[in-house]
Every structure is written in structure tokens, then in C-alpha cells.
Design a protein around this ligand. Structure first.
Ligand code: PAF
Length: 283
């Protein structure tokens, strides 16, 4: 596995791979690699001959009061995990080479970012759309894999490649869960064991929704309220939002129509740690 830090060098390598008719797959991360990231690599390897993993803690997607400075950066460990997973190139640039002095161009996606994470974290998706666009230009992939864990981010990226005519196939990877149902995330390390236990209510909420829909309940707003009550009555937990949405537009949906697909979005705090989760649901 080759480690590259310079965007220009990465571009030259990607160009050469393309000339040699190699299919390039890219997995973008902010490091602190876990099982979820490695599942994205595996999925990329199933389609692409060459896999590039990017590690970049992107400052522009963090709000002023968010965890940019304490975000975990175990680079040596990440590089070892990437190598063991069979990654071909690890691209880990410095912030100064990604955002040079006098940097002034950004990418923004409008409607799909209006609510939920977009509303609660102003500027977040502008930061994501900008870095993803830049990393696409640097790594020149044919395919790119993103986790369904960040469902709204995935919807933004799908929109981005359509709207900006990028010739890249976006693949969504299923959420990887711990045995207790908790979706794996780099931020889970912030949870104390008590908070981790309490956080399992999130997946219990998802299971509750799945059961209610299997029982032909069509009042999605009522199911969301039930989950909210489950979370609010768990010590140390409070909800941020619980909502069913149209999977493409992320517009809220109150009543299910038969055979249609929706996504249940959940965000909550366990102690001070904010967790998000989601589940695709067919009525
Ligand atoms: O999902 C993430 O880890 C980040 O938002 C991404 C896509 C790597 C962009 O910084």
C-alpha cells in the first residue's frame, strides 16, 4: 500500500491507472477506521480493481462548537488497518494542500440539505459536498462507496454527482452494527459504558418501527412519537429528531402508502454524545 499526501501526486497516479484501464474505487473517511469503514473497502474491492482510501478530517464540515480538535486521529493504526484490508493507495493530505491560501470556491446542494443534519449543523453539508467534490477530482474514481449510516450525506452525494454530471457510480453500503444493535461510528468512543448501554434504545426504536409497519400501521407520525417516548423515558437520553422521510428528497412523510419506501431518521443524545441512525422501511 502506497501512502500519498500530495494532491498532485495522487492525481498523477489516478490518471496513470485510468490510462492503464484500471477501475478505481474510492472510499472516503475521516480516519479512526472501524469495521464500518472496512466494510466499505470490501464493497469497493468487489467492483473496482484498485481501491484508494482517503483519510482527511475535513475542517469545513465541523461547526464552531463541534469536535474538530478532539476528533480521533490514530494515523499509524489506520494505515495498518488499511494495509491489512488490501487498500492499494492511502491518500492522507494536509489541510493546507486541500484548502490553500485564498481558497474561495465551495459546493452547495440545496433542498435535500434543508432539514435534519443540514438544519442542526449549518454549513455541514456545504463542507461535505465541497470536500467530496475535491476528493473526486483528486482520486478520479469510477465508483465510490459511502455508508448508509449517514443517509442524508449519501443523498447529498447522489444528488451532487447527478447535478454536476460526474461520471461516478455511487454505491451505498449497509450499516454495520454491534451485537447490541448500536451502529458503529468513530464517535462511539466518546460513550461511557453507561451511555453506550442507554444508546441501544436507538436500535430498539428502529425495531419497534419495523414491527409496527409489519403490523400494517400507516400512521408514521404516530410511530415516530412512540419512539420519541421510548427514548425520552430512557435515563440520560433525549431525542434530537425522529422522522420518516421520502428516501430521495428527505421531505417528511406522515402517512405510509402501500408498497412505498421510506426512511426512518433518528438522532438522539446519550449523555452528551450525539448519535444518528436510520432504517429504510417498505410499507
Ligand atoms: O462520512 C465521512 O466520514 C465524511 O463526511 C466524508 C464523506 C469523508 C467527507 O469528509
Amino acid at each position: 500500500m502506497q501512502i500519498i499526501t500530495e494532491p498532485g501526486q495522487m492525481q498523477a497516479i489516478a490518471e496513470k491507472l485510468r490510462l492503464n484501464r484500471q477501475c478505481i474505487g474510492v472510499v472516503m473517511t475521516m480516519g479512526a477506521l472501524h469495521e464500518g469503514h472496512l466494510s466499505l473497502v470490501k464493497l469497493a474491492q468487489q467492483t473496482a480493481g484498485i481501491v484508494i482510501l482517503t483519510i482527511f478530517v475535513n475542517p469545513s464540515q465541523f461547526g464552531a462548537n463541534e469536535d474538530l480538535h478532539k476528533y480521533p486521529r490514530p494515523f499509524e493504526q489506520d494505515a495498518a488497518l488499511a494495509k491489512a484490508a488490501g487498500v492499494d493507495y492511502l491518500f492522507a493530505p494536509e489541510a493546507s494542500s486541500i484548502y490553500p491560501e485564498n481558497y474561495q470556491t465551495t459546493v452547495e446542494c440545496s433542498t435535500v440539505t434543508k432539514r435534519f443534519e443540514g438544519e442542526l449543523r449549518p454549513g455541514h453539508f456545504k463542507g461535505v459536498a465541497t470536500i467530496v467534490t475535491k476528493l473526486f477530482h483528486i482520486t478520479k474514481p469510477h465508483i465510490s462507496v459511502f455508508g448508509e449510516k449517514d443517509a442524508q450525506q449519501l443523498a447529498v452525494i447522489r444528488r451532487l454527482v447527478i447535478d454536476l454530471n460526474m461520471d461516478i457510480k455511487i454505491i451505498g453500503a449497509p450499516i454495520v452494527r454491534e451485537d447490541n444493535g448500536l451502529a458503529v461510528s468513530s464517535r462511539n468512543i466518546y460513550l461511557s459504558s453507561q451511555e453506550r448501554n442507554a444508546a441501544t434504545i436507538l436500535y430498539k426504536g428502529i425495531c419497534h418501527a419495523t414491527r409496527r409497519i409489519a403490523d400494517h400501521e400507516t400512521d408514521l407520525a404516530a410511530i415516530a412519537t412512540e419512539i420519541e417516548q421510548m427514548i425520552q423515558s430512557t435515563p440520560g437520553c433525549r431525542t434530537d429528531y425522529i422522522c420518516f422521510v421520502d428516501d430521495k428528497t428527505f421531505e417528511p412523510v406522515e402517512t405510509a402508502e402501500s408498497e412505498k419506501e421510506y426512511r426512518l431518521l433518528l438522532a438522539m443524545y446519550s449523555g452528551t454524545v450525539r448519535l444518528i441512525d436510520n432504517m429504510k422501511i417498505r410499507a
